[in-house]
Design a protein around this ligand. Sequence first.
Ligand code: APR
Length: 334
Amino acid sequence: MRLIYSAFCYKNLENKYVIKGSLDMNQKVTVIGAGNVGATAAQRLAEKELADVVLIDIIEGVPQGKSLDLAEAAPIEKHDAHLVGANHYEVSANSDIVIITAGIPRKPGMSRDDLLATNRGIMKSVVGQVAKYSPNAILIIVSNPLDAMCHVAMEESGFPKNRIIGMAGVLDSARFRAFISMELDVSVENIQALVLGGHGDTMVPLPRFSTVAGVPITELMPPERIDALTVRTRNGGAEIVGLLKTGSAYYAPASAAVEMAESILKDKKKILPCAAFLEGEYGISGLFVGVPVKLGKNGIEQVITLKLTADEQKALEKSAAAVKELVDAMKKMA
Ligand code: APR
């Protein structure tokens, strides 16, 4: 798909010229894994006309069938994105972004960490191919356990840290926002929320930075209701797994991955909570942990450091320790 953006130029506060936006781009996003999350992400990317979409899966016929089905919906949905499905990576060559959803999802009773060994093997094989055919791509990792899979992607691709981004915080924050909206009976559009840390039971919802029309929820709800919503947010994935019984959530995870892709493709420079490789920020080094980052055409363009209270910092460090445990466990695997 040919997208023409109007780039614009302005002077910033330091009196320097800044060019924002891009001119005349052919954008291409590959989604690996044509299952629930991957196919839904492909659908949203195409319907928003963000890019041409390549869908890849290991199962013969599935990516081809789903991309053809989506292409046949295009006249009704009124978009001109090109969609193609394949079992090999040649067709994905020179993608701008690769969203990786390949892997097994959870079943009831499983934690995300139970997926570690299987999804590590899948991630290794997928990323090797991605790096070969799209050496300049920005990777958005979705497969779980998310933070550990980002480490595998970094190791296998050799890509710099700005081009490996984990999708977790956008989803966890969206869940928190949805629950706040249900609690206060107010539009989701008025709600901002922030969830940091790993994508697991130790994630850190931050009520202080979660607002309704700019007002922190700490001023709108009693502490016990906020606690209930943060617990529900931490268990948000398990709640869906418990209801579906045969797999895990996919509509909201796909939306979250596509919001990240959009910010990169359009160089919007949105601040979104994502898993990023930290080197000293928040006192954490050598680990992927969920923090607010600025997403633009170069991927992670900045890690935003917030001033945390002692309790918030402790919770973030506990979450980072849980990520480290998984990374250490992977080191012991063959
Ligand atoms: N290469 C390409 N695709 C693969 C590979 C591989 N090596 N291994 C598995 N797949 C594909 C499967 O064939 C399947 O179509 O990945 C797809 C996964 O789809 P689903 O089983 O529907 O799982 P989904 O719900 O999409 O979740 C995928 O995202 O949110 C996470 O925890 C979730 O790790 C899981 C991943």
